[in-house]
Each structure stands twice: as structure tokens, then as C-alpha cells.
Design a protein around this ligand. Structure first.
Ligand code: AHG
Ligand code: MN
Ligand code: MN
Length: 347
């Protein structure tokens, strides 16, 4: 059928009408969280994080008009040049979480050490304030990734050891993708739900409840410029994908790379695929590029809750016991059968 473009335009251009319809019909964040059994304090903490993300979303959208693009003169603890938006986003989340009272301490990709907040706070929050920040200067996909665990009673608020828990202890994880629409992916362990920020009333509306990652895929995502540094299993696996219909996989694969994990994982959640940042041999002190606390664990939780798999190549990401807050891990995340096939090359 031919799409009636003028009719579609008439239907969708009346924003007030659309919003009213959506507000009446769509489920909001609070009611989904309550349905999933999230305690009220956790809901309030999530809303606090999301208030920060809305502020980041606004700053991002102002771009050059707000003078937020480009780099600072400093580097973070991991030796990476900080973008202005890395610093701004980190400050927004740090301020709002410190003032909220719900949080005992935070750990962030952009902070050298754990940041103590309220000594009586019940939660710990880890975050990558801006993922994919090299994309800021090209007006492309970026996002904020976060996870929440309980704060142990015994812990002092500046003690990093409480953050060294495996991902299985996470009570909620999510990301906000700052794309053509701002979208939230969120799990509290009862499935993964996708929400879209309605900028006319300022709330996240549930647009895909219980998203499911297709079990099979013909799409993969890896930075192929690192190929010469990969280990043998990854070399062999990717070679077989590249061989397409003429190789052992007997089908043609397509490749996608956003250069922001948040964008690549959003695609995996939306239509399946495998996303990889494997171990490479350049720097034996780093097990991979992506950070366990800020990137790998929250994405692993979201994808597992949507029926996908998340592995390092040698074990489940969420079972890795962290030894330090900025630890890096190899990452293979995506459609169940494709990740299983990839893992078979490691055996
Ligand atoms: P960040 O911007 O938080 O430092 O993270 C960037 C990460 C990740 O999002 C992405 O998958 C990867 O780095 C891309 O790096 P390369 O393009 O250098 O491989
Ligand atoms: Mn990142
Ligand atoms: Mn970052």
C-alpha cells in the first residue's frame, strides 16, 4: 500500500492533539515501576536521575548555541580527553544525586574516586554521564548509562569497596539515549521497558513494554580497525561472518557501528544484533575498552532482561567480581543464539 503522506503529516503535526492522546493512553514511568514492584524510594531515586538526564538532554540539544561542544584541556583518570559535555553531564548528575538524600555515594567514569554523598543514603549509583562523547562534535548519538545497588550498612560513604559487587547485585539499570528522540531503557529486574521523553509535558512515556531482543540476527557491531589486535577466537568468528553465504554461517551479515555503546546497544534492544568490544592485545593491563561498572554491567542487565546474552568471552559479565571501580572488561552482548555461536569460538 502507498503511504498517504499528506494524511500522515496532518495526523502527526498537531503536537497538542497527539500529546493529549498519548497522555491519556500511554503508561507513565511511575505506574510501570509500581507494577514491577519497585519500592517508592527507588522510584524517587530513578526520577532524580532522570531529572538530571532531562537537563543533560536540554544542554545537548542546545549544542553550539550553548557553547557546550568541543573538548576541555583536561583528561579523566583513565587518560581520556574530557569533552565539555562529559564534565557538564557529570556535574549535573553529581549535584542532583548528592542533594537528593537517597544516595550514600556515587562512582562515575569522570571521577577519580568514589564521591561521598549522604552517609544515611540507602543506595549507590554508578554512571557514565555521557557515553559516546566523541559523537558530540558531529551531532550524533550519545547517552547517559547508570546502575543502582543497595548501599551496605557497614560502608563509609567514601569507601570504594562497596562498589566492588558483581552486576547480579544491581537493583535497577538504564540509559537515556539523546537521539532524534530522547529515550529511556530501564530495568528493575522485571523485564526491560523503553520509554520516550515527551518534551511537551516533560515525562517519559512507556512506548515499548517488555522489549525482546530477537534470538537470531544477521547484524554485528565491532570496531574493525582494531582487528590486528584481536585474539584468535574473535579473528576466526569475524572472518566467518565476513565470508557470508560462502562461509560456514551460510548467510550474509551486515555491519553497524555508532561509536557510542549506548547507540549500538539501543539498536540491539530494538532489532537484535551482536555488539562486541573484545579484549585486544595492545595493553595487557586493560582487559577491554569498556568499563564494567559504568557501561558493561548496566547494558548486560538491560539486554539479559530482554532475553539476550552478555558475556566477556569467558563468563557472564554480571558475575565478574570487580577489583577496582574503573575496571574494564571485554564485552560480547546481543541476540542469544549469535552470542552463543560467538562463544563457541572461545572453547
Ligand atoms: P565514552 O565516550 O564514555 O568514553 O565511551 C566511548 C566508548 C563506547 O561508547 C564506544 O562503544 C567506544 O568507546 C567507541 O570507541 P572507538 O570508536 O574508539 O572504538
Ligand atoms: Mn562510555
Ligand atoms: Mn563517558
Amino acid at each position: 500500500t502507498i503511504l498517504d503522506v499528506s494524511n500522515l503529516y496532518k495526523k502527526t503535526c498537531c503536537i497538542t492533539h497527539t500529546t493529549t492522546r498519548y497522555l491519556l493512553r500511554m503508561k507513565r514511568l511511575n505506574s510501570q515501576l509500581q507494577e514491577d514492584g519497585a519500592p517508592m524510594e527507588l522510584i524517587l531515586l530513578l526520577r532524580t536521575i532522570l531529572a538530571g538526564c532531562k537537563e543533560i538532554s536540554f544542554r545537548v540539544s542546545q549544542g553550539a548555541l550553548a557553547g557546550v561542544l568541543g573538548s576541555t584541556l583536561s583528561e579523566n583518570v583513565q587518560g581520556e580527553t574530557q569533552k565539555k559535555l562529559d564534565v557538564i553531564s557529570n556535574q549535573i548528575l553529581k549535584d542532583i544525586l548528592s542533594e537528593s538524600g537517597y544516595v550514600k555515594a556515587i562512582s562515575s567514569e569522570e571521577e577519580d574516586d568514589v564521591v561521598p554523598c549522604n552517609p544515611n543514603g540507602n543506595y549507590l549509583v554508578s554512571f557514565d554521564p555521557l557515553d559516546g562523547s566523541s559523537n558530540t562534535d558531529i551531532n550524533s548519538l550519545i547517552g547517559t548509562i547508570f546502575s543502582i545497588t543497595h548501599a551496605p550498612q557497614w560502608m563509609d560513604s567514601d569507601d570504594p569497596s562497596a562498589f566492588l559487587q558483581p552486576g547480579t547485585q544491581i537493583v535497577a539499570a538504564g540509559y537515556v539515549l539523546y537521539g532524534p528522540s530522547a529515550m529511556l531503557a530501564l530495568t528493575t529486574g522485571r523485564g526491560t521497558h523503553l520509554y520516550t521523553l515527551d518534551k511537551t509535558h516533560g515525562g517519559f512515556l512507556l512506548t515499548t513494554p517488555n522489549v525482546k531482543v530477537p534470538v537470531q540476527t544477521a547484524e554485528y557491531s565491532i570496531n574493525a580497525s582494531n582487528q590486528r589486535h584481536w585474539e584468535a577466537p574473535v579473528q576466526a568468528y569475524i572472518n566467518d561472518l565476513l565470508a557470508g553465504t560462502e562461509g560456514p554461517r551460510e548467510k550474509d551479515y551486515n555491519m553497524r557501528w555508532v561509536a557510542a555503546m549506548v547507540g549500538d546497544i539501543h539498536r540491539v534492544l530494538s532489532r537484535g544484533g551482536i555488539f562486541m568490544y573484545p579484549y585486544d592485545k595492545r595493553d595487557p593491563s586493560k582487559a577491554g575498552k569498556l568499563r564494567l561498572l559504568y557501561e558493561a554491567n548496566p547494558m548486560a542487565f538491560l539486554v539479559e532482561q530482554a532475553g539476550g546474552l552478555a558475556n566477556t568471552g569467558t563468563g557472564r559479565i554480571m558475575e565478574v567480581m570487580p577489583t577496582e571501580i574503573h575496571q574494564r572488561v571485554p564485552v560480547l552482548i546481543g541476540s542469544k543464539e549469535e552470542v552463543e555461536t560467538c562463544l563457541s569460538y572461545y572453547k
